[in-house]
Design a protein around this ligand. Structure first.
Ligand code: B12
Ligand code: SF4
Ligand code: SF4
Length: 378
């Protein structure tokens, strides 16, 4: 079979395995090595040390699989572009759309494994290596080259009909395939003179088109950052518990009708009914049960509770002081410390009384410091 027909066949298998779109690119070194090195050099990757590692492979994906010459890129929609926001009143209202249902790593990996099995069965001489998110791969660049979408100014990959609410994955192949037309050329046409995302980002994390500074990105702080949040990041987080969708919500391309998303990405009913206050009180057993199969597990229970405490302080809704009062009793010092910060933000006599009493028996030095500085602000 010639390389053109094989490419068409592989893409049709990808769609049969449940992906919305597939495209093929030649596996060659990155065309964006310089902006990538600048990104790392400026420290835009913040605390994501792994992004600075394995640079040779990241910038030259041919190193990831010996004699690999092509890549089959796939996209899977997780939210229909035209769908409005359905708010349940629970903690999932504060979670980015991609993380409200099942973990896409599992969903995508299962589909990619089936796709690779089919390739091996039909083309036994071909070796493959599949990735979704976790490998040292510039997934958006590969997908742009394979015609899956174009870079948006918010750095996400966009498609004229599907918007940007889709995941990416890829299979590297030791097989010559006819490549698709790269989608990067029409990038200027897709965004045009629009700069809504740059203007809408509340923290200035998009200082220029196609550049994201993770040091200012809510998604980074709420998902990737481990340990205590620096004070300046706590206000930035605003009402986001996990991830951030603002630069995609405002994108006009996400208004177009597009593919529907698999039911497994719909908001999980158990987690939908959980409030931020209840999340703060969750013990480990309940957490393991409720968050099984959720991408939110990346932040771990302590991280989610840290974020919940900060969100309660930022949104100052009814019941916030009571929920934070209970969080001052958490076995985790970081959760007590962030609850103290939020009580300091909310202020009032009750917050002051709670902080003073908590300080009397607090043994952790960092949590004590948080309580003292919260009291000093009142
Ligand atoms: C690290 C990471 C993050 C970091 C940093 C994000 C970033 N922009 O780099 C943080 C934690 C902030 C993050 C957040 C999110 N992420 Co993320 N993330 C990644 C990861 C693991 C690596 C990204 C990376 O390589 N960054 C390095 C920078 C330099 O690369 P880049 O942004 O792709 O930049 C390229 C272009 O900008 C280009 N370039 C440079 N200059 C110019 C100029 C022009 C004119 C052009 C056209 C191009 C161009 O060159 C660069 C190198 O190729 C990928 C998975 C993967 N392995 O690729 C997922 C991935 C990018 N994330 C994804 C998602 C869904 C998100 C969130 C939407 C989640 C959320 N709702 O909170 C947000 C979106 C925030 C945003 N605006 O980007 C999806 C994106 C899907 C899509 N449609 O684009 C990916 C691909 C995961 C997946 N497998 O689906 N993420
Ligand atoms: S994810 Fe949120 S904080 Fe990050 S760049 Fe987009 S709008 Fe800004
Ligand atoms: S909001 Fe506008 S500038 Fe930003 S990615 Fe969408 S179309 Fe491009």
């Amino acid at each position: 079979m010639d390389s053109g027909r094989t490419a068409t066949l592989l893409k049709s298998w990808a769609v049969e395995e449940g992906f919305d779109r597939a495209g093929v690119a030649r596996l060659v070194p990155s065309e964006h090595a310089e902006p990538f090195r600048d990104w790392i050099g400026r420290g835009d990757h913040a605390g994501m040390g792994y992004m600075a590692g394995r640079e040779a492979e990241r910038l030259d994906p041919t190193r990831l699989l010996e004699r690999a010459s092509s890549v089959l890129c796939v996209a899977l929609q997780y939210h229909p572009p035209q769908a409005g926001e359905v708010r349940s009143g629970g903690m999932l209202d504060h979670v980015a759309r991609y993380a409200r249902g099942r973990d896409y790593h599992d969903t995508m990996r299962r589909r990619l494994e089936r796709l690779a099995e089919r390739i091996h069965a039909e083309l036994p001489e071909v070796r493959t290596r599949a990735y979704v998110d976790t490998g040292p791969v510039l997934e958006r660049e590969l997908a742009a080259r394979a015609g899956i979408g174009s870079f948006g100014k918010n750095t996400n990959l966009l498609h004229p009909e599907a918007g940007s609410w889709f995941f990416l994955g890829e299979v590297l192949l030791t097989l010559e395939l006819d490549p698709d037309e790269p989608a990067e050329t029409p990038v200027a046409e897709l965004c045009g003179s629009c700069s809504r995302c740059l203007e809408a980002c509340p923290t200035g994390a998009l200082p220029a088109p196609y550049r994201l500074d993770a040091n200012r990105c809510i998604s980074y702080w709420t998902i990737e950052h481990r340990g205590w949040l620096p004070v300046e990041a706590r206000g930035m987080v605003a009402d986001w518990l996990f991830g951030c969708d603002i630069c995609q919500e405002v994108c006009p391309l996400n208004d177009a009708p597009g593919p529907t998303a698999p039911a497994e990405f719909a908001p999980d009913s158990g987690r939908s009914s959980l409030s931020l206050g209840e999340l703060l009180e969750l013990d480990r057993d309940a957490y393991v049960e409720l968050f099984r199969g959720s991408p939110m597990k990346r932040a771990k229970l302590e991280g989610l509770q840290r974020n919940a405490a900060v969100v309660l302080g930022n949104i100052a809704g009814p019941g916030a002081v009571s929920a934070l009062a209970r969080a001052l009793e958490s076995p985790v010092p970081m959760v007590r410390g962030h609850a103290a910060w939020s009580l300091g933000e909310l202020g009032g006599d009750r917050a002051e009384g709670l902080l003073s009493r908590a300080l009397e028996h607090e043994t952790d030095e960092r949590a004590r410091n948080e309580m003292e500085s919260a009291l000093a602000r009142l």
